[in-house]
Design a protein around this ligand. Structure first.
Ligand SMILES: CC1=C(/C=C/C(C)=C/C=C/C(C)=C/C=O)C(C)(C)CCC1
Length: 292
């Protein structure tokens, strides 16, 4: 594991522990940490999708790329508008696959059942976060779906997901590494007991966005145009800024019309819109660079 990734993960665990041990920390600090991680790694890791798609992309190709990207966003927005429950289900499924992939970066996986195995790992961690703070998750989801799950049911789901995801990995003869064990035995309970937005942003930032960004850099640095950290960061800036500005602007106007839960739900729906094309390009990028 890259040492920057290791530092990020240790920092992330520290932040979670702080909020578990001191539950009276004012909520504003959760928002500050959420905002910092989102701006520094969360959004930027998707800001160079055009380069991971084609590192030597020309101006005219970039134009086509943007049109395709926007087209995918528009299609998914229509699904959110007319079939919000289906859109939410798609969001959960594609996020599970996408998050799961970052647990297997640079690992050789067999072809059979790999997408399922990856998705189960991602789904387990996503559900640890969502079911661990079920009351909060339930209220945020209420503009789209009303769901009741009692504690036994929630724990049952999590135990089944852990067993099935580990079982499938072993059946595929993919070695359970020390990191895998630590993720199931240490990270999962910590995420479960942390407040929703802290556990989500720490997992998203340090178990997904940062490792993905480091992988993007590892591949792109072989091209002279991006062979230093500074050049790489400069490339991340334009689309990261546009995404943040766009999401910020929409939320700013929505604030006067929507209640708190609707604003949260809208925020995640907007994240899902920019994630949809990103997940497709990232999948092609990772598959090109590994054996699965
Ligand atoms: C945390 C959270 C949710 C899920 C968020 C997800 C699934 C985010 C995925 C982001 C991705 C895939 C980013 C891409 O890089 C819900 C269920 C919407 C509502 C409750 C709070």
């Amino acid at each position: 594991m890259n040492h920057i990734e290791k530092i990020g993960k240790i920092l992330g665990i520290g932040v979670n522990l702080l909020f578990i041990l001191f539950p009276s920390i004012p909520e504003i600090y959760q928002w500050i940490i959420f905002g910092i991680i989102l701006v520094l790694v969360g959004i930027p890791h998707g800001g160079i999708d055009h380069l991971i798609h084609n590192p030597t992309i020309k101006k005219s190709e970039l134009f086509n790329f943007i049109i395709k990207y926007l087209f995918l966003i528009v299609i998914y927005s229509i699904i959110w508008l007319y079939l919000p429950k289906i859109a939410l289900l798609i969001f959960i499924l594609m996020s599970s696959y996408h998050f799961g992939q970052s647990h297997f970066i640079q690992r050789i996986l067999p072809k059979k059942f790999t997408s399922l195995s990856i998705s189960l790992r991602g789904l387990f961690f996503l559900f640890i976060i969502l079911l661990g703070s079920w009351e909060r998750t339930k209220t945020i989801l209420s503009p789209v779906i009303i769901l009741e799950l009692d504690i036994n049911y929630r724990l049952g789901i999590l135990i089944c997901l852990a067993l099935v995801s580990i079982g499938l990995q072993l059946a595929q003869r993919v070695k359970m590494t020390v990191s895998d064990f630590l993720e199931y035995l240490v990270l999962a309970p910590i995420l479960y007991f942390s407040p929703l937005f802290i556990s989500f942003i720490v997992y998203f930032g340090f178990w997904h966005a940062l490792p993905s960004m480091l992988e993007e850099y590892r591949v792109l640095r072989t091209f002279t145009a991006y062979n230093s950290v500074k050049k790489f960061i400069v490339q991340l800036l334009p689309f990261s800024f546009i995404s943040l500005f766009g999401i910020g602007l929409i939320l700013f106007f929505a604030l006067s019309y929507l209640d708190e839960n609707e604003v949260f739900m809208l925020f995640f729906a907007l994240v899902s819109l920019i994630s949809f094309p990103h997940i497709l390009y990232m999948d092609a990028f990772l598959k090109k660079n590994y054996q699965y």
